[in-house]
Write a protein that binds this ligand. Structure first.
Ligand SMILES: [Zn+2]
Length: 466
């Protein structure tokens, strides 16, 4: 063996023996155990390596006053480790490397964020739902690298980390995706986990965690309507895959001068928080809006989750479809609600937003309303031309595309052809999607005519449902 080889060999040996922690490559493994002990909450991180920085990708600011929420909610208990904002992200740092075990104490943060899920929902009986992904993290080699990260990590290379989330409450079981267990474990972070013993409202089609102190006029109405809405969807469209549709409804209290209903939807789950003094008094319009919100979001369990669109430009399929389904279900639940008035507004908006411009590019112009309005209009055309209910049309496209989980524009238009046997309808809808038309009022009226939608036309030529 010559000297050069020997030297190389020695240096490898010494690196292996001498280094404090050999650099690990590949996917980082992280276990984080989130524990509730009465009013005390901790997150115990176990990292598979020492790293200079651990970044929290779910860093956003509050919706109301654009402040950083994590420093208000989290306190690092491990000596020498700091939680700091670097560029767009919160990160754990230390002089040298962050050790493999870090304990964080936190207070569930219940204010809404600008563009992310609310970290926690607080129920008045003491139950709490936590958004699991707030604990996601990945390692980086330097603070400089963190500062260089863009605000949007979509399509951005970031170091891989595999997280296991362990969730437990010393007082009793936790509820995760339809199951109650003493310790819940998941690697799928995009959901809320429920801590507490609030008894859910459970029917064959849904589970609802409804705050017992939610003003009675909302609680009473929704406790009746949510099971009805989910039962109807399930009966018409078949059960959605995955967990039973779940709704978490919390009451943040009668904050003076405020009326707020903030909600979001995740796989199989809708979360909704009511807040404000004015929510205390019964309000017919607010009741209908609440129902419509739930009916629209619940429609996405099928149209959006069982089958999703292929590209964002195809959002008319899911948003317009969910809007038309919600109009129908809201009118069933609340007979005083006139779905035709909402539908006529959709026609007017679709007319305004398709004059010489295509629906598919609406997003680029900030005209997202086109997806909702025109999608609902096309839904009614499909219903009428098929001679069966819109539920039936939606069931066909859901069933036909369950296998790959994607409903493309071509799938939707082909379903219309099959149901209507009038290919000129889908050809004309494609024209509105691609480039719009010069006279949308007349164009939509003509589509209605040929599809057999019973409608009228006003003095300005605007088609409407009488
Ligand atoms: Zn929607």
């Amino acid at each position: 063996m010559n000297r050069r080889w020997l030297a190389l060999l020695l240096s490898v040996v010494s690196a292996g023996a001498g280094a404090q922690s050999p650099p690990l490559s590949g996917t980082a493994q992280v276990r984080v155990e989130i524990t509730r002990r009465g009013s005390e909450w901790t997150a115990d991180y176990e990292f598979d390596r020492e790293s200079p920085v651990w970044v929290f990708p779910r860093t956003d600011v509050t919706r109301e006053d654009q402040i950083e929420w994590r420093p208000l909610s989290w306190t690092v208990e491990t000596r020498g480790v700091k939680l700091e904002r670097r560029g767009f992200y919160d990160a754990l740092t230390a002089r040298g490397k962050v050790p493999k075990r870090v304990r964080i104490r936190f207070t569930p943060f219940t204010k809404g964020l600008r563009a992310d899920y609310t970290p926690a929902l607080q129920f008045t009986d003491g139950s709490v739902a936590l958004y699991v992904a707030q604990f996601e993290t990945f390692p980086m080699d330097s603070v400089r690298e963190v500062k260089a990260l863009p605000s949007d990590l979509n399509n951005q290379y970031v170091p891989d980390a595999k997280l296991q989330y362990v969730l437990r409450d010393v007082a009793g079981p936790v509820w995760l995706r339809g199951k109650r267990s003493p310790i819940a474990t998941t690697d799928d972070k995009n959901t809320y986990v429920f801590f507490g013993n609030l008894l859910p409202l459970e029917t064959p089609a849904m589970v609802g965690f409804i705050d017992p102190q939610l003003p009675e006029w909302i609680r009473g109405s929704l406790s009746q309507s949510i099971p009805d809405i989910l039962a109807r969807y399930t009966q018409e469209l078949g059960p959605p895959p995955g967990m039973k549709p779940t709704i978490m409804l919390s009451w943040a209290g009668p904050t003076p001068g405020l009326t707020s209903r903030a909600g979001s939807v995740l796989p199989g789950l809708i979360v909704l928080t009511y807040e404000g003094e004015r929510v205390l008094s019964e309000d017919e319009a607010a009741r209908v809006e609440g129902l419509q919100f739930i009916a629209h979001e619940a429609a996405h369990f099928w149209l959006g989750q069982t089958v999703a669109y292929e590209y964002a430009r195809d959002a008319w399929i899911t948003e317009g479809g969910a809007d038309l389904l919600a109009m129908r279900l809201t009118s069933l639940e609340h007979p005083a609600y006139d779905w035709r008035a909402d539908f006529n507004k959709a026609i007017e908006d679709c007319v305004d937003l398709t004059r010489k411009r295509g629906i598919e590019t609406a997003r680029e112009r900030g005209e997202n309303r086109a997806y909702y309005a025109c999608g609902a209009v096309f839904g009614l055309i499909a219903e009428s031309a098929s001679g069966r209910s819109f539920f039936n049309f939606v069931k066909r496209i859901v069933d036909a595309n369950r296998a790959d989980g994607i409903v493309t524009r071509a799938d939707w238009l082909a379903a219309l052809d099959a149901a209507s046997r009038k290919p000129e309808l889908s050809r004309d809808i494609a024209r509105m999607l691609d480039r719009g038309v010069s006279d949308p009022k007349a164009f939509i009226a003509s589509l209605f005519e040929r599809a057999g939608v019973s409608h009228d036309v006003d003095a300005q030529g605007m088609p409407f449902l009488p």
